[in-house]
Ligand binder design. Structure first.
Ligand code: NAD
Ligand code: DAO
Ligand code: ZN
Ligand code: ZN
Length: 369
């Protein structure tokens, strides 16, 4: 079938809106009509060329929501009409990783997904006979897409697509980093570096679990008011600190953070996030994705003296199980998504979402199909 998609042709080039061809679902696959998609920093990261795994030409996007319109042979858990959220971290419930409670990194389709292909090693997308890559197994910047059944979370039908699409990445990553990865306890002091689409969700996760101080660090003063709305108790702009930022954060937390989260993707702030943690028990979680070839550093004594450095992908969430629950939290008013979706646009204007991201004007832009 013909579908409309934003095609990314190469690193640093704007996407163009094209009519492309999409093959129907094969065994274990599902065709979905996309209703909305968020535009995440990671889409830009790949488009910019900084992503070591970036492949072109491709259809980007990994934060969608839509409706099942067809299922391939062997699909048992989904049917036409079901409402779904695509999962860039699938959940097969059978592989060694899914069977191990310590991780959410299902490996069932990892190798083909990393090559921009469906599990059988081919692509469903093409344009004028030339193959286009899938992206993160999702390719939500198209009004229809084909995904493996294990990479779709079935959600309730009264949830608005234009809001819950954000649960496909940003909300789950931020809230999940707090709940699943760090397991922040009530009364903890928390420091969050970067108050964008991910960091603000870390803040609301920390508020949900009853953290004490929730300190936000950002170079953009405009993020202070929004951070406070989501539960931030203190705001620090590194530009306003005379001396050392780490020392200032240790002072603010009476000896160091119980938990810190790096939500920028900058290896220098990753170091600061670790080093502002409390001696003996502080845990720092890397959420931000750094550019190709970059490395983190600290003095090993930071770890010898009890600080822990860890990372998280998709907030440690098992998508088919946890995403419907997060949709319920939104529908029950336990989490706020509406105030984070600052801009909406048609697919034709999708490149402007990256401009809004870079100017610091938007938190999340959502494309409505
Ligand atoms: P964003 O651009 O919306 O937010 C980044 C924020 O960091 C902005 O508010 C910016 O002002 C601030 N900032 C930039 N440099 C800073 C500095 N030196 N000091 C303090 N603040 C600074 O990005 P986002 O969508 O929130 O994504 C954040 C990171 O998370 C990205 O690297 C993204 O790729 C990554 N990410 C990771 C996962 C995962 O599963 N681990 C999932 C989604 C996104
Ligand atoms: O190697 O098993 C694996 C999975 C790697 C992909 C995890 C992606 C998480 C971070 C990327 C940012 C998501 C938008
Ligand atoms: Zn699995
Ligand atoms: Zn994302």
């Amino acid at each position: 079938m013909d579908v409309r998609a934003a095609v990314a042709w190469g690193a640093g080039k704007p996407m163009t809106i094209e009519t492309v061809q999409l093959e129907g679902p094969r065994h274990g696959e599902v065709l979905i009509e996309m209703k909305a998609t968020g535009v995440c920093h990671t889409d830009y990261f790949t488009l910019s060329g900084a992503d070591p795994e970036g492949l072109f030409p491709t259809i980007l996007g990994h934060e969608g929501a839509g409706v099942v319109v067809d299922v391939g042979p062997g699909v048992t858990s989904l049917k036409k009409g079901d409402h779904v959220i695509p999962l860039y971290t699938p959940e097969c419930r059978e592989c060694d990783y899914c069977l191990n409670p310590k991780t959410n990194l299902c490996q069932a389709i990892r190798s083909t997904q990393g090559q921009g292909l469906m599990p059988d090693g081919t692509s469903r997308f093409s344009m004028d006979g030339k193959m286009l890559h899938h992206y993160m197994g999702c390719s939500t910047f198209a009004n229809y897409s084909v995904l493996p059944e294990i990479a779709l979370a079935k959600i309730r039908e009264d949830a608005p697509f234009d809001k819950v699409c954000y649960i496909g990445c940003g909300v789950t990553t931020g809230v999940g980093a707090v709940i699943n990865t760090a397991k922040v306890e009530p009364g903890s002091n928390v420091v969050v570096f970067g108050l964008g689409g991910i960091g603000l969700n870390v803040i609301q996760g920390a508020r949900m679990v009853g953290a004490n101080k929730i300190i936000g660090v950002d170079l953009n003063d405009d993020r202070k008011a929004l951070g406070e709305k989501f539960g931030m108790t203190d705001f620090v702009n590194p530009k306003d600190i005379d001396g050392d930022l780490v020392e200032a954060l240790v002072d603010l937390t009476n000896g160091g953070a119980d938990y810190s989260f790096e939500c920028i993707g900058n290896v220098n702030t990753m170091r600061q996030a670790l080093e502002c943690c409390h001696k003996g028990w502080g845990v720092s979680v890397i959420v931000g994705v750094a550019g190709a070839g970059q490395e983190i550093a600290t003095r090993p004594f930071q770890l010898v003296t009890g600080r822990v450095w860890k990372g998280t992908a998709f907030g440690g969430a098992r998508g088919r199980t946890d995403v419907p629950q997060i949709v319920d939290w939104y529908m029950d008013g336990k989490i706020n998504i509406d105030d984070l979706i600052t801009h909406t646009m048609p697919l034709d204007d999708i490149n402007s979402a990256f401009d809004l991201m870079h100017s610091g004007e938007s938190i999340r832009s959502v494309v409505l199909y």
